[in-house]
Write a protein that binds this ligand. Structure first.
Ligand code: CA
Length: 230
């Protein structure tokens, strides 16, 4: 089987070494760079499956690299996990908004990091929304019939709630900011809907009852649908 290749861009040499070791031990092929410019060149040369991207880098920072990767059709589908320090929530929101897949906050354990890496790779860089039925813990979202059932019982959602739940559940484990969610679910007639995502999420959770924690709140960032392997 082909090894997944991970590019690691991190300016702190000791952290880089630890992460590189953990990734290699898990069977990943790893390439590394210690600053933004070298990182971008490395990614273009190596075409990795995933980039672990430190946000605070000298020169070209993580957000700029992320933006460049997403703007280039050759690198757009590469998955990105941002590596951030505590207190960089606004950068996380920005990064997720421009297409990063996930993030981890330092300090993190190698185990936590590996779980995030595997989860993102499992989901793949490009998502499709082809399934007509999503099923989880007794919750069934039937896209064709536009229906949600909870342990066999139909629950009534507004059109906006249905779109939101469907969208979140189609991307389990992925964190979305409120802006992400709004832009994905709001249609042209959006002027008639309440643009406050929190209100809709609260209402969905109430209807999901004891399964309400399927939708997780990510403090100061946004929401995500619980990943099966969490
Ligand atoms: Ca750094």
């Amino acid at each position: 089987m082909k090894k997944n290749k991970v590019a690691l861009i991190e300016d702190e040499a000791d952290i880089l070494e630890v992460i590189e070791y953990s990734l290699s031990k898990e069977g990943f092929e790893v390439c590394t760079a210690l600053n933004g410019e070298a990182g971008l060149a490395l990614i273009k040369k190596e075409n990795p499956d995933l980039v672990l991207l430190d946000l605070m880098l000298p020169g070209l920072d993580g957000i700029e690299i992320c933006r460049k990767l997403k703007a280039d059709s050759a690198t757009r589908s590469i998955s990105i996990i941002m590596v951030t320090a505590k207190g960089e929530e606004s950068d996380i929101v920005l990064g997720l908004g421009i297409g990063a897949d996930d993030y981890v906050v330092k300090p993190f354990s190698p185990r936590e990091l590996m779980a995030r890496v595997k989860s993102v790779l499992r989901r793949g860089g490009v998502r499709e929304e082809g399934d007509s039925l999503i099923s989880r813990n007794g919750l069934v979202i039937d896209i064709d019939r536009h229906e949600v059932r909870l342990e066999g019982k139909k629950i009534v959602l507004t059109a906006m709630e249905f779109k939101l739940l469907h969208f979140l559940a189609s991307h389990p484990g992925r964190v979305f900011t409120r802006e992400n969610l709004l832009s994905h679910v709001a249609s042209d007639d959006a002027f008639i809907i309440d643009r406050n995502i929190d209100v809709h999420i609260r209402s969905i959770r109430k209807k999901l009852d004891k399964h309400r924690d399927l939708i997780e709140t990510i403090h100061r960032v946004g929401y995500r649908f619980r990943d099966e392997e969490d």
